[in-house]
Design a binder for this molecule. Sequence first.
Ligand SMILES: O=C(O)CCC(=O)C(=O)O
Length: 323
Amino acid sequence: MSTSRSLAACRRLSGSCVALRHARCKASLAQRIPAEALSRGDFEVTPRHVEAYREDGVVHLPGVFSQEWVRYLQGAFHEGMQRPGKHAEFIAPGTTWDTMFQQDAQMRDVEMFQDQVFFQETEDRLPDWQPVIRSHAAEIIAKLMGSASVSFFYLHAILKRGGSQKAIPWHQDLPYWKVEGGQIGSVWIALDDMPLLASVRYIRGSHAWGLFRPQHFVDHSPYEGRDDLPSLPNVDELLKEGRASSLAYDVRAGDALCFDARIVHGSPGNPEVPGSQHRRIALRFVGDDATYCDRQGETAIPTVVVGKACLAFRSITRARQSK
Ligand SMILES: O=C(O)CCC(=O)C(=O)O
């Protein structure tokens, strides 16, 4: 989660349908995969997947994206680091709060990078992301959420290099977003193999716990003006006492983790050797019951860059879902 502050006005969503369109490809420099060559996956969402998503709040779907897709996405990720958004974070050892947003930061040896890409930006700043937001990921999350339609909210790109100790603390996504509803979820896609030790960890069933007050990841200070929500319980303590259990996964490039925006989750650094990288993207989608909401106080997403917040959602699957 970015710590950026949103000034965007919140509006009720009315997503407009857009036609399927593929962007030009800038995949890995060695071997480019044209977007036109990417096939829509035929991943079957089973009743067991739906049940796991509903009961646990998260489900691991192996091999949702083919190796061609993975190579394409790696290329798009590379482009994304070359043309970061205003709120991109390039976190190097010794990076301070003041320097992590500098636009030349990608030239440095970062241990962690993250950026958010909203729909408009996939039309101008980073068109290479268009194919993935229009991919079969949207249908998969719609089925898991039991939603007849699904709209794209934004794409979150994260890189942790080998040796990085940058953990992402326990949090829920939803309280950071100016969005409300029970059908809001992410399709998190691994662009590199990641062992269990590096896995995002999810607290099973915690999407049913209610919402907790967001905190800044950097110093754990609570978001201002959000004292309507209780503080997140001490999750490590709950785990230690056996009052909660966690789920983690050994993932391969192309695997997806689909999870509810209310589930408590977090991730360790990258325990692998320096030089290795763990790249992932999380596609945020909203379903039938989602609305923009003007949460009081500080929120992170959408960022001020989005401007007209109501343009951030785009309906992706209304037609396909009815098949
Ligand atoms: O990939 C990670 O390390 C964390 C992902 C996460 O927190 C999210 O997608 O909401």
